[in-house]
Design a protein around this ligand. Structure first.
Ligand code: ATP
Ligand code: FE2
Length: 339
């Protein structure tokens, strides 16, 4: 890294969807704070404008707590990074506004970070992976990616809904109850552990891409018929969806011959998915890496750390070009810090 970026702090703001989070990272990659405030509708799901309103309301408190945890003052910051996309417009704009205000007030550079790149970078930081095939599975994304010629290339992705969303909608249709703060995917996981019978459900892999909407419809239809045990349905839904993601990840691994597999995103918390990905990693003599859950879900620390990497390569975002990018794809972003 250039000398000027050897020491300092970067504050990162994450607000792509239902979480508003602020993280603070040192230029060496220590995470000093990672405060997350989640907006939750009682019945699940997300309303973009209401989530953005939540972000406005908590921004001040979350920022203050992050500075307190990190034990630094705003004037100690060298850079402010923010999640510039992809994500929900109203939510992204709220985070961007806070970031612009902070950077201009302090007179320091602003760095717009791609949310998907950040999921990969924090995964590498926290697991020690250097050049992995990544399976990024969350409520909004299902992507298999790996670095090639200057960028993270998308090897496979969902053609419709994300894997996490498939689990969430199923859980809502089944009227499953969550404990406070418990994600629907975790509720499905618990029930699936008691499932015994594998019920055939649509398994859709087209080339390297996946489709989960037919699977969801079939599972919901069976649920409504009321003839199948809920535990068996949860088990079968998981087995089918996870096998699809695992198949695509394995093919990317075989094709790229990378020596690491990184699992990230909210669904990475699922033990059965971890087991499946671990198995294919072992079969290909690759190291299996899974991101600790506080860094797997949407968080400000990943934005702060990716901000550090970008800033070290002079990737600064002038305020007049800091508009949010709702559909900013992973492979559009150059990652010069990868060799
Ligand atoms: P992104 O903006 O990256 O798409 P997101 O807003 O969906 O992220 P995350 O926290 O990364 O947020 O992911 C949430 C998803 O993770 C939800 O679909 C949730 O049900 C799922 N999830 C959380 N824990 C588990 C688990 N144990 N098993 C399966 N799914 C889980
Ligand atoms: Fe995310």
């Amino acid at each position: 890294m250039p000398t000027r970026t050897r020491e300092g702090y970067c504050l990162g703001i994450e607000s792509t969807a239902d979480d508003f989070s602020v993280g603070i990272a040192t230029f060496k990659g220590e995470i000093l704070a990672n405060v997350i405030s989640a907006y939750m509708l009682p019945e699940g799901g997300i309303h973009p404008r209401e989530a953005a309103q939540h972000h406005v309301e908590v921004a001040n408190k979350v920022l203050e707590e992050a500075f307190q945890k990190a034990g630094i003052k705003p004037k100690d910051l060298k850079v402010v990074a923010f999640s510039q996309g992809p994500g929900l417009g109203p939510c992204l704009r709220t985070g961007a506004t806070v970031a612009r205000a902070l950077a201009s007030y302090l007179g320091i550079p602003l760095v717009g970070v791609n949310h998907c790149v950040a999921h990969i970078e924090v995964g590498k930081l926290k697991t020690g992976a250097v050049d992995p095939v990544t399976l990024y599975v969350s409520g909004g994304n299902t992507i298999v990616a790996a670095f090639d010629s200057g960028r993270y290339r998308v090897f496979g992705e969902t053609l419709d809904i994300a894997l996490g969303n498939c689990l969430d909608v199923f859980a809502r249709e089944a009227g499953l109850r969550q404990k406070l703060g418990e994600p629907f995917g975790a509720v499905v996981e618990k029930l699936a552990k008691n499932g015994q019978k594998l019920i055939p459900l649509p398994y859709t892999v087209k080339g390297m891409d996946m489709s989960f909407s037919g699977l969801l419809t079939a599972a919901v239809n069976l649920l409504k018929k009321g003839e199948t045990k809920l535990e068996d349905l949860c088990y079968s839904l998981q087995e089918t969806a996870f096998s699809m993601a695992t198949e695509v990840t394995e093919r990317a691994l075989a094709h790229t011959e990378k020596k690491e597999v990184l699992l990230t995103g909210g669904v990475a918390a699922n033990k059965r998915l971890q087991e499946m990905i671990r198995l294919i990693a072992e079969e290909h003599d690759a190291k299996f890496c899974v991101v600790p859950s506080q860094f797997a879900i949407d968080n400000g620390a990943m934005i702060a750390w990716t901000g550090v990497l970008a800033f070290a390569h002079s990737m600064i975002t002038p305020i007049h070009r800091s508009f949010v990018r709702l559909r900013w794809r992973l492979e559009e972003v150059e990652v010069p810090w990868m060799k």
